[in-house]
Design a protein around this ligand. Structure first.
Ligand code: G3H
Ligand code: 13P
Ligand code: ZN
Length: 330
């Protein structure tokens, strides 16, 4: 059993308390490889932002769960060597079972999500409560989820979103003991969050997505005053990256995300954690595609992964400074 405190990590409790008081949100960035980890930590250290490093079940099988754990440990050391003291949490994203959560906790994670959102309500409560009881013995924080996001959550694909019902949140939080709650108010996973039919078009013909359901968020805040809320599926699907990908041989038609000003607004509310994965993927892919188009003879991975890492650092600094507001709160 490895305790996260021995690795220099923190759980999310104090981070969320400060984010709630300071009206900003903690960024939760997914990583699967060395360049993503370096970029996330460098971007957060350089903006003096607290950070949640997120690992999905898919990431654990892609990178190898043991290697990933040591990479996170090495990442903390790298940040400290840079002279940064920012709080860093290591979080399991979309934990699918008690066993996955337990395995992460035993290997040094400071926070886990148990995603029972696709289960019937009572089963979600039962599964979530079991994880909370185990995790809290080690002071590991737990995120639960109520409501279903459209899109892909690891192996689970939901065609349509089911908004969180405000009437359920108090009962769910009280009966499970979770430390934070992911809700569904119109965000979704991936780079295609809305179909063109769900959007309107502005005067330039650009797709404008339907606004987030801030009315549902307000109802939830009334029922759970001061309780940390989490937004998944919160990438903006940055148009510049989509254009850069398409201009360099890619094909991402009608990719659309959550506008930055809506995320900025959410960050000033009870939303304390905002999950971003797709935007990082787009930033790296845009940079890699450009290298291959500009320099078709390039074959040293450092020559395309290096620019990809640089672009991701730029994106992360922008998110922390201009969208989540977490910069200078480290
Ligand atoms: O919410 C899902 C995250 O973007 C992780 O995606 O399961 O493909 O690693 P993944
Ligand atoms: P995006 O696909 O919008 O980046 O969402 C990521 C996420 O919610 C990870 O849990
Ligand atoms: Zn998610």
């Amino acid at each position: 059993m490895i305790n996260y405190k021995d690795l220099g990590l923190v759980n999310t409790r104090d981070m969320f308390k400060k984010a709630m008081e300071g009206k900003y949100a903690i960024p939760a960035y997914n990583f699967n490889n060395m360049e993503q980890l370096q970029a996330v930590l460098t971007g957060c250290a350089e903006t003096n932002s607290p950070v949640i490093l997120q690992v999905s079940k898919g990431a654990r099988s892609y990178a190898n769960e043991t290697l990933l754990r040591y990479m996170a440990e090495g990442g903390v050391k790298m940040v400290r060597d840079m002279g940064a003291t920012i709080p860093i949490a290591l979080h399991l994203d979309h934990g699918d079972s008690f066993e996955t959560c337990q395995s992460c906790i035993e290997s040094g994670f400071s926070s886990v999500m148990i995603d029972g959102s696709h289960h019937p309500y009572e089963k979600n409560i039962e599964e979530t409560k079991k994880v909370v009881e185990y995790a809290h013995q080690f002071d590991v924080t737990v995120e639960g989820e109520l409501g279903v996001l459209a899109g892909i959550e690891d192996d689970v694909v939901a065609a349509k979103s089911v908004y969180t019902q405000p009437d359920q949140v108090e009962d769910f939080v009280n009966r499970t003991g979770v430390d934070s709650l992911a809700i569904s108010i119109g965000t979704s996973h991936g780079a295609f969050k809305f179909t063109p039919a769900q959007c309107t078009r502005n005067e330039d013909g650009v797709l404008v997505p339907p606004p987030l359901r801030f009315d549902i968020l307000e109802e939830i805040e009334k029922r759970l005053p001061g309780f940390p809320i989490v937004l998944h599926g919160a990438s903006s699907v940055v148009p510049e990256y989509v254009e850069m990908i398409n201009a360099n041989g890619g094909s991402l038609a009608d990719a659309v995300g959550i506008p930055e000003e809506q995320l900025r607004k959410a960050a000033t509310s009870a939303v304390c954690k905002i999950n971003i994965d797709s935007d990082g993927r787009l930033a790296m892919t845009a940079a890699v595609r450009k290298v291959f188009v500009d320099s078709p003879g390039e074959f040293d991975p450092r020559k395309f992964l290096g620019p990809a890492r640089k672009e991701l650092i730029k994106l992360i600094k922008h998110k922390n400074e201009a969208v989540l507001g977490s910069a200078q709160h480290g």
